[in-house]
Design a protein around this ligand. Structure first.
Ligand SMILES: Nc1ncnc2c1ncn2[C@@H]1O[C@H](COP(=O)(O)OP(=O)(O)O)[C@@H](O)[C@H]1O
Ligand SMILES: [Mg+2]
Length: 319
C-alpha cells in the first residue's frame, strides 16, 4: 500500500473553520487589513465573505443614514409648518390690532357729526314749536345734515379701503398716502394734542401695495401717540420727511416722545416685543415685513428728544 505512487496526490478534504465568524467582530480598519491579506491567500472564499461583510455593514450604515435623513426631513417639515403657523398668527393678530386702531379712529371721526345731527334734531323741534320752521329752514337743515353725513361716509370709505385692499403692486404717491392716513386719525390726534406735519412740497412715488404702506405709517404714528400719552409729554410733534439720496428713497418719521427704551431698542422689530400692558408687539414686526416687501428696510434710532423711524427703499425699482 505504501508503495502506491499515487497515494500522496490523493486530495485531502479538510473542513474549514467558519471565516465569517472569524471576521465578524473586526472593526473596519482590521477588516481592510484582512482583505489585503486574503487577496494573496489561496482561499478565495475568504475574500468573498469579507466583501459580503463589508457590503452588509455598508448597507446597515446606509439604512441608518436614510433613517436619520428622514428624521431630519420630518423635523424640518414640522419646524417649517410651525413657523408658517406663527407667521399666519402674527398676520392675524396684526390685522386685529390694526382693525381695533382703525375702529377707534372711525368712532372718533363719527362722534362729532353724530353729535351735530342729534343737536339739529333737537333744534328742529324747538324751532318748530316756536313757529320758525319754513321751507328755507328745512332746505338749510338738509344741507347741513348732508355735510355731516358726507363726512361720516368719507371716513367709512377710507376705513373700508384699508381692509379691502387691492393686492396688486402699483405706483403710489408717498405724500398722498400719508395725507390719507392723517385724515383718518385727524380727530383722534387733535384730541391728543399731537401735530403731524409733512415737510415736503413735492410728491415722490413708491412701487408696492399702497394699503400696506399706509398701515406701516399708521403703526408708527400710533406708537408715537402711545408714547406721548404714556410719558405725559407736553410738546407733541411728529415730523414726516421723504427724500432721495444715493439711489435710495428715505421716509423718516420723527417724534418728540422721548425715544425708544434702551432695553428694547434692539428687539422692537421682532414679534411680540412690547413694553405696553395691552400691547401686542406686532405692529413694528409687521411694518418691517412690509418694508421688506417694498425691497427695503425699516430702522430706528433715538434722536434728541424722540425716536426716528426710517424706511429706506431702492429708488431704481421705484421710479
Ligand atoms: N415712537 C416710539 N417711542 C417710544 N417707544 C416706541 C415707539 N415706537 C415703538 N416703541 C416701542 O416699541 C415697542 C413695540 O412696538 P409695536 O411693535 O408697535 O408693539 P406695541 O405697540 O403693541 O407695543 C413698543 O411697546 C414701545 O416700547
Ligand atoms: Mg404698536
Amino acid at each position: 500500500m505504501n508503495s502506491n505512487p499515487f497515494a500522496q496526490s490523493t486530495p485531502i478534504i479538510k473542513r474549514r473553520e467558519n471565516p465569517m465568524g472569524k471576521y465578524e467582530h473586526l472593526d473596519t480598519q482590521d477588516l481592510l487589513q484582512a482583505v489585503k491579506q486574503s487577496a494573496h491567500s489561496p482561499h478565495r472564499g475568504d475574500l468573498d465573505m469579507l466583501l459580503k461583510l463589508f457590503l452588509d455593514r455598508y448597507n446597515d450604515r446606509q439604512k441608518e443614514l436614510d433613517n436619520l435623513n428622514q428624521d431630519l426631513a420630518d423635523r424640518i417639515e414640522i419646524e417649517v409648518n410651525l413657523s408658517k403657523t406663527n407667521q399666519k398668527r402674527y398676520e392675524q393678530q396684526a390685522k386685529m390690532a390694526a382693525m381695533g386702531e382703525m375702529m377707534d379712529a372711525v368712532a372718533h371721526q363719527w362722534k362729532q357729526p353724530l353729535n351735530a345731527l342729534s343737536m339739529m334734531g333737537e333744534l328742529l323741534l324747538d324751532d318748530y314749536e316756536n313757529d320758525l320752521v319754513d321751507k328755507a329752514y328745512i332746505e338749510n337743515l338738509l344741507q347741513d345734515s348732508q355735510i355731516q353725513i358726507d363726512h361720516m361716509v368719507n371716513t367709512l370709505n377710507e376705513f373700508r379701503n384699508f381692509f379691502r385692499p387691492k393686492q396688486e403692486k402699483e405706483n403710489f404717491g408717498i405724500k398722498r398716502c400719508i395725507q390719507s392716513v392723517m385724515l383718518l386719525v385727524k380727530d383722534e390726534f387733535i384730541k391728543n394734542n399731537i401735530n403731524i406735519s409733512i415737510q415736503n412740497e413735492d410728491e415722490l412715488l413708491l412701487y408696492g401695495i399702497e394699503n400696506e404702506f399706509k398701515h406701516l405709517v399708521l403703526n408708527i404714528i400710533n406708537n408715537a401717540k402711545d408714547a406721548f400719552n404714556e410719558r405725559n409729554i407736553k410738546e407733541r410733534n411728529i415730523f414726516i420727511d421723504f427724500y432721495i439720496k444715493n439711489d435710495f428713497i428715505y421716509i423718516d418719521i420723527k417724534d418728540s416722545a422721548g425715544g425708544i427704551s434702551l432695553h428694547v431698542i434692539d428687539d422692537i422689530f421682532k414679534p411680540e416685543v412690547t413694553t405696553k400692558e395691552e400691547g401686542t408687539g406686532i405692529g413694528l414686526y409687521m411694518s418691517s415685513q412690509i418694508a421688506q416687501k417694498l425691497n427695503g428696510t425699516l430702522s430706528v434710532k433715538n434722536i434728541d428728544n424722540g425716536a426716528c423711524f426710517s424706511l429706506k427703499v431702492p429708488s431704481k425699482i421705484n421710479s
